[in-house]
Design a protein around this ligand. Structure first.
Ligand code: NAD
Length: 501
């Protein structure tokens, strides 16, 4: 597979001309405290795109104290909500103006096909900033009638609540959908009046750094957003355990989520964690298969399965099971793999070598445990971290591949006979992020939406996101939700004021 692909957008080429990137602190681009850098690699070619700073605990200290100062002094703490709103809207406009460049950068850095960034994720980031620009002016407390019976003679009680920014937020983001996941954290945090130290994933920091340039251009005061690049175990850990961070907001694996909880114990900072999933896709026997079969294939193969809500467990009714498996496998076989910048590409590479090896091991174990490989299963023999879209039939609930998150293009298929059985199978997971049900029966759809224990249930669709729709997991898929007005509450504290008047 020929992979010599160049960006088309002059701004992308200009951005990539700077080979050594810096940290953003106080609206200034500065070097890290050590000379240690990390290669940022195009996963489709394994070529180095740029080098990012491996931030150390001293850099994290610097960023956190800048964010603390911005929270308490200067323009930000006294800024009118309408002005915060204007800045957020301005940032949305700037992202939109630079959408082609940002989409190209995301493809080069992460590997995803260009259409994913250009038409779904970067517009999704724009919408996050617009949605929460509207929210900034609607942060309200309430007046509360009390029943206190011991107030001084002749006096009354006047009680109310205020919603105040939670403080300095550490936002730690994964590599699968870097810019839109960053926007999901930054937009509500800034709308709430917090300041943020952002740490993107070490594999995919480039769009966050470009966003930093747009944040300065939009006019955010210094220190309101600082950006620290680096390894999770060094920079991420220093941030999550920092004594002057008030809240850590994290999206990533369940395993790292546990480390974040350990780190956050240091000063009992508040924590929100959006973690992994193993989402069931359920095809009832009355499903419209013309929609459900491509829908099931897209649920797992979109972004190479590197999606927290990827529909990685397919449950098809026994009457349609053989047909569904065969046709989903046909779609998988026909998928064009390649560099994300090539217009023909339907699936790009996985993000790095470690990921491709992990996915490969999952497939080998699934076969050893009795799964039947219907299609795929191999790493492509070329540069880049490509693995074939894979379908495994005859899966059982006790198999590793059914129980663990693979985070790659691997679908496991099982059959069922009735609604009770499939509900039990779908719920038999430590994860509880999302599910989809495909049926023409309104009653079956809503009955299952009621019975399935996940944060989201989609009906006749999968992976439908919007800035207004809360997304988050139950069980070991996390605490709290991104998107929607609930997300704002993660960045606010409630203060009660009770006065004798
Ligand atoms: P990861 O957990 O390896 O890393 C996520 C981020 O945490 C990175 O920035 C990393 O540098 C940092 N990190 C790693 N170790 C750390 C530590 N000890 N302390 C502090 N920070 C640390 O996750 P990933 O592999 O980048 O992303 C894939 C995972 O993200 C999958 O499990 C996926 O399901 C999950 N995810 C969840 C959602 C959701 O909304 N629930 C959305 C997208 C991705």
């Amino acid at each position: 597979m020929k992979q010599t692909v160049q960006p088309n957008i002059p701004a992308t080429k200009a951005f990539l001309k700077i080979k050594e990137r810096q940290l953003l602190i106080d609206n200034q681009w500065i070097n890290g405290s050590t000379e240690e850098m990390i290669d940022s690699i195009d996963p489709a070619t394994e070529q180095v795109l740029a080098r990012i700073v491996s931030a150390q605990p001293e850099d994290v200290d610097h960023a956190v104290s800048s964010s603390r100062l911005a929270l308490t002094q200067g323009a930000w703490p006294v800024m009118a909500p309408s002005e915060r709103s204007r800045l957020l809207w301005k940032l949305a406009d700037l992202i939109e103006e630079n959408i082609d460049e940002l989409a190209e950068l995301e493809t080069l850095d992460q590997g995803k096909p260009l259409y994913v960034g250009r038409w779904a994720e970067i517009p999704g980031a724009v919408e996050q900033f617009r949605y929460f620009a509207g929210a900034a002016t609607k942060i309200e407390g309430s007046t509360i009638p009390t029943s206190i019976n011991y107030q001084p003679e002749g006096k009354k009680i006047f009680a109310y609540t205020r919603k105040e920014p939670i403080g300095v937020v550490a936002a730690i983001v994964p590599w699968n959908s870097p810019l839109v996941l960053t926007a999901m954290k930054l937009a509500p945090a800034l709308a709430a009046g917090c300041t943020v130290v952002l740490k993107p994933a070490e594999d995919t920091s480039l769009t966050a750094l470009r966003l930093g340039e747009l944040i300065i251009e939009a006019g955010f005061p210094p220190g309101v957003v600082n950006i620290i690049t680096g390894y999770g175990a060094i920079a991420g850990k220093a941030l999550a355990s920092h004594m002057d961070v008030d809240k850590v907001i994290f999206t990533g694996s369940t395993e790292t989520g546990r480390s974040i909880l350990d780190s956050a114990k240091s000063n009992l900072k508040k924590v929100s964690i959006e973690l992994g999933g193993k989402s069931p896709v359920i095809l009832m026997d009355d499903a419209n298969l013309d929609l459900a079969i491509p829908g099931a294939a897209n649920a797992i193969f979109f972004n190479g399965g590197q999606v927290c809500v990827a529909g990685s467990r397919l449950y098809a009714h026994s009457k349609i099971y053989d047909q569904v498996v065969e046709k989903v496998a046909d779609i998988a076989k026909g998928m064009k793999l390649g560099h994300g910048l090539l217009p023909s590409t339907q699936m790009g590479p996985l993000v790095n070598k470690r990921q491709v090896e992990q996915v490969n091991n999952f497939i080998l174990t699934a076969e050893a445990e009795g799964g039947s490989l219907v299609t795929g299963g191999k790493r492509l023999d070329c540069p880049g971290f490509f693995i074939e879209p894979t379908v495994i039939a005859n899966a059982r609930q006790d198999m590793q591949i059914v129980r663990e998150e693979v985070f790659g293009p691997v679908l496991v298929c099982q059959k069922f006979d009735d609604i009770e059985e499939v509900t039990e199978l779908a719920n038999d997971s430590k994860f509880g992020l999302a599910a989809s049900v495909w049926t023409e029966s309104l009653s079956t759809a809503h009955r299952m939406a009621d019975d399935i224990h996940t944060g989201t249930v989609w009906i006749n669709c999968h992976s439908m996101f919007d800035a207004s729709l809360p997304i988050g997991g139950i069980k070991q898929s996390g605490w709290g939700q991104d998107c929607g007005m609930q997300a704002l509450s993660k960045y606010l504290e409630v203060k009660t004021v009770c006065a004798v008047i």
